[in-house]
Write a protein that binds this ligand. Structure first.
Ligand code: G4P
Length: 527
């Protein structure tokens, strides 16, 4: 097989949803179909396990939230698929955002009874901004649900995303009888494990008489009449540009409608795409090896205190033991410890291709957003986004003898992008977060992974602005009760303000001070 065929077999997609819509359940069923896990309950068990596999899954269990995200690879029908799970909670939106920069498509899971909830809307906007193709799976049809036409309308109204139904539900809740696959012109019967291929009369075929309940049959025929007449037509180009969402219905829990979804998804979704860099576009078929780190997670397994960097390969072939350059530092690295990311085990990977995600054991070299290449040019992929934090606290180790552990924990969690870390002129550590749960996870992880009790004290600032200046010393004169000077992870000066009024009045008084929302790290390095 040549490289083009190998690459075209690959799919990387992110799975997004509001918490509880059924993301974990659907992921698990997809992995089951791909043979990546052997029994239902494996992923759920990981989520709920008494024997949490990673330390901070314990906090997820306590809070009933999803904090972490992971990547799982499986094969189905000759395709190699990487699912990137995303944290369901708003407070970890930054992590989700970063994951979505590294996928080629996204699957949005929606609870059929609840429709689109605020969180889904926000995530969708991220995908839409980046033109990522979005597939919609409307879940829990085995329960009472919204009228499917209303669900489709909601997609259009709330998200502004035109949609096209690929499958259509036949009833819901107690009356749920199956789905009709419009592309295959086939009805799949729920609980009966039977399929009926229809003739040219489609849903008006007499083959359905006496099979479906009269009311469901009538509704199905009416709905298809409407959709065939006035609905959007299936347009592959529009799907690929993120302008039209193919919609599927089913029940992840009952594993119904999932296979149809998966098979169509693999047919329609795009293979690995070209990606922009500071030196032009990199195509997946390019010979030079390139990739970027979109996620770092330390201490995934409490038995092995290791740190794994997740690398998306964008071009070329990865061969274990190869030498690459880390663009940010110019440092040469040998990639000798690499792993496939599987549902419940890890396996050494010797060769991997564009469109694969692999884990690289990291001894502290990498940061989120790092580019790796074996080419001669120093290139950078587009920077991963950072959200300006809105919550701040001062943090220190309760026991000064634990100072070293504390510094290490702070440093590592900052590199992971789990939280933003600043220092003030007295070398005190100031944390910045987008959501309050990030602080809780930080504290939990310091106690559990770095064996350090900490003292956290909220400080009354809500706005951060980076300052473009050649003379950071001079900024000290602006400090007062409404403005604090701190330095970020790269030692760049940042001014914290109590609120937007304080910011505004500062700007009015100091027009010559150039303030920006967030700085692009690459700009800095290239300069
Ligand atoms: P999430 O990852 O999006 O947060 O959702 P998750 O899969 O954990 O599912 C949330 C709840 O919804 C779970 O129930 C799950 O069993 C249920 N669920 C998922 N898909 C379906 C479906 O198609 N039909 C029905 N009826 N339920 C579904 P739970 O009670 O919170 O957890 P558990 O006790 O089942 O583990």
């Amino acid at each position: 097989m040549n490289n083009i065929d190998i690459i075209n077999k690959r799919r990387i997609f992110g799975i997004i949803s509001h918490p509880d819509a059924g993301k974990t359940t659907l992921t698990e069923k997809l992995l089951l179909h791909g043979g990546a896990i052997r029994e239902a309950g494996t992923v759920r068990a990981r989520k709920n396990s008494k024997y949490a596999k990673s330390d901070w899954m314990e906090i997820e269990k306590q809070r009933g939230i999803s904090v972490t995200s992971s990547v799982m690879q499986f094969e189905y029908n000759d395709k190699v698929i990487s699912i990137m799970d995303t944290p369901g909670h708003n407070d970890f939106g930054e992590d989700t955002y970063r994951i979505l920069t590294s996928v080629d498509s996204a699957v949005m899971v929606i609870d059929a009874a609840k429709g689109i909830e605020a969180q889904t809307k926000k995530l969708f906007q991220v995908c839409s901004m980046r033109g990522i193709p979005i597939f919609t799976f409307i879940n829990k049809l085995d329960r009472e649900s919204m009228d499917p036409l209303e669900s489709m309308q909601e997609l259009e109204d709330v998200l502004g995303l035109p949609s096209v139904a690929v499958t259509w539900p036949i009833g819901c809740g107690k009356e749920f009888e199956g789905v009709y696959d419009r592309l295959r012109n086939t009805v799949y019967l729920f609980r009966k494990n039977e399929q009926i291929h229809l003739d040219e009369n489609r849903v008006n075929s007499s083959k359905l008489d006496g099979i479906l309940s009269p009311i469901n049959l009538k509704n199905l025929r009416n709905a298809m009449d409407l959709l065939d007449g006035a609905g959007n037509e299936f347009d592959l180009e529009a799907v690929k540009n993120g302008k039209l969402s193919p919609v599927f219905f089913g029940s992840a829990l009952a594993d119904f409608g999932v296979t149809e979804f998966l098979e169509h998804f693999l047919q329609i979704s795009p293979p690995p795409s070209a990606r922009k860099t500071t030196k032009g576009v990199v195509n997946p078929t390019d010979e030079e090896f390139t990739g970027f780190i979109f996620k770092i997670q330390a201490n995934m397994d409490p038995n092995h205190r290791d740190r794994l960097a997740f690398l998306r390969i964008c071009s070329g072939t990865f061969v274990r033991g190869m030498n690459v350059t880390l663009s940010r530092t110019g440092k040469q690295l040998k990639l000798s410890q690499s792993t496939h990311l599987m549902a419940n085990e890890r396996e050494t990977v010797d060769t991997a291709y564009a469109g694969d995600v692999i884990g690289i054991y990291d001894s502290g070299n990498f940061q989120i957003g790092d580019t790796l290449t074996n080419g001669k040019d120093k290139i950078f992929f587009e920077p991963l986004p950072t959200f300006p934090p809105e919550l701040f606290c001062r943090v220190s180790a309760k026991n000064s003898l634990k100072g070293k552990n504390f510094q290490k924990g702070v440093e590592q969690l900052a590199q992971e992008g789990a939280i933003q870390v600043y220092k003030n002129e007295y070398n005190e550590v100031i944390l910045g977060a987008v959501g309050i749960l990030q602080f809780e996870v930080f504290e939990y992880r310091l106690v559990n992974e770095y064996n350090t009790d900490i003292r956290m004290e909220n400080i009354d600032f809500t706005v951060a602005r980076w300052v473009k200046t050649d003379n950071p010393e001079e900024l000290k004169k602006y400090q007062n009760s409404r403005c604090m000077l701190v330095y970020d992870h790269y030692d760049r000066p940042v001014l914290l303000f109590t609120n937007t009024y304080a910011l505004k009045s500062f700007q009015e008084r100091n027009e010559d001070v150039e303030l920006v929302d967030a700085l692009d790290v690459i700009d800095e390095i290239d300069a």
